[in-house]
Ligand binder design. Structure first.
Ligand SMILES: [Zn+2]
Ligand SMILES: [Zn+2]
Length: 387
């Protein structure tokens, strides 16, 4: 399978670069969806479009068990700074999370599996908007699940590029691997007055400073040290003029956790920390928007994917992933069937990692056939074993 995938190397690089040049933000993946649709159709795979708005689903095989393979298609609002021939041609938009590579890998798996004898069905899920939830709070995976993409699926597998490990390798782990993410938005409220007479008002900037320091003690002083959590204030905005005491400072940030009880505790403690503003004569507003749940890998399926990886790539090329506080909406798919999310090494040998969500992000394209081969072989063998 790996040899057959290597023969597709040029084609997969071409696909990845075509998508990289024309990145599209969440739920606007029209060109990408068209490229996916055309490629699947050429392979003789039955295609359904408009699933979860801009998502595309390919159906291969008949009867037996069904395994779903998923790739996300959306890019990020980042201006690419790489000077490469395949750099983004869309100002302010860039594939800086490797989703272009994910699409190329999954199309590669479709190429490897089409025209072969399968002992069941493979569902190729090309998902919109992993990075962003729409105005109704829904991400691409949520929308596709609502449209029934996981109906009749017995297992679901996806990969994500990983810059810290070299191309040619994969990493994975059983159990909770990526955190729950929630977003908060709020404001600290005071009373405006002249900056020369601060005692006539209540300075929302000073209150906000106290609130932020209180927020910073939640994880260090309120959460059990062996549990994990993060609260990051990512946005703070307030004030209009140097000599005006402002009455409003907006705060917003991200909350990360693994356990439901810690998540609830972080919500409660955040509310309490904002209460510092009230204790000091001001007030606050706070809204918490639920995001993606924890991505937890199914034990048995993960063991199976690891075994396939070892046989395909060699034991030294399959590593043990560590849990991290990043989040993934793959969790919505994995809530419907046993799931396995693994990391595809895309690091360049002897080079600093090209970090994700950064204008200099890039992937080592030698990883593309590897990702395609692992996905295809996992699907083929899963169907064989579970037929
Ligand atoms: Zn991302
Ligand atoms: Zn991503």
């Amino acid at each position: 399978m790996l040899q057959r995938a290597q023969a597709l190397r040029e084609r997969l690089i071409e696909i990845r670069r075509a998508i990289h040049r024309q990145p599209e933000l969440g739920f606007q993946e029209f060109k990408t969806a068209q490229l996916v649709t055309d490629t699947l159709t050429e392979l003789g795979i039955q295609v359904e479009t408009g699933v979860g708005l801009t998502g595309v689903v390919g159906y291969l095989g008949q009867g037996g068990p069904t395994i779903a393979l998923r790739a996300d298609m959306d890019a990020l609002p980042i201006q690419e700074l790489n000077d490469v021939p395949y750099a983004s041609q869309v100002s302010g938009v860039m594939h800086a999370c490797g989703h272009d590579a994910h699409v190329a890998c999954l199309l590669g798996a479709a190429m490897l599996l089409s025209g072969t004898e399968l002992k069941g069905q493979v569902r190729f899920i090309f998902q919109p908007s992993e990075e962003e939830q729409d105005e109704e709070g829904k991400s691409g995976a949520m929308r596709m699940v609502e449209d029934g993409v996981m109906e009749g699926v017995d297992a679901v597998v996806a990969l994500h590029t990983h810059v810290d490990t070299l191309a040619g390798t994969i990493d994975l782990m059983p159990g909770p691997m990526m955190a729950t993410v929630d977003t908060f938005r709020g404001a600290i409220l005071g009373q405006a007055c002249h900056g020369a007479y601060p005692h006539k008002g209540t300075d929302a900037i000073v209150l906000a400073a106290q609130v932020i320091m209180a927020i910073q003690t939640i994880v260090s002083r309120r959460i059990r040290p062996l549990d994990s959590g993060v609260i990051t204030v990512g946005i703070i905005q307030g004030g209009t003029k140097t000599n005006i005491v402002t009455d409003r400072v907006a705060l917003a940030g991200t909350i990360r956790s693994f356990k439901p009880e810690i998540r609830q505790q972080l919500f409660d403690e955040l509310e309490r920390a904002c209460g510092v503003a009230r204790a000091l004569g001001g007030d606050y507003e706070l809204k918490i928007k639920p995001g993606y749940p924890t991505t937890a890998n199914d034990e048995a399926l993960t063991k199976f994917v690891r075994q396939v990886g070892i046989e395909l790539l060699g034991p030294d090329k399959v590593g043990e992933a560590e849990a991290e506080m990043g989040a993934e909406d793959f969790s919505f798919l994995a809530a419907c069937a046993p799931g396995c999310f693994f990391r595809l090494g895309v690091g360049f040998p002897g080079q600093e990692p090209r970090r994700g969500h950064n204008p200099y992000f890039d992937v080592n394209e030698e990883a593309l056939p590897v990702g395609a081969a692992v996905l295809a072989e996992v699907a083929r063998r899963y169907l064989e074993q579970n037929a």
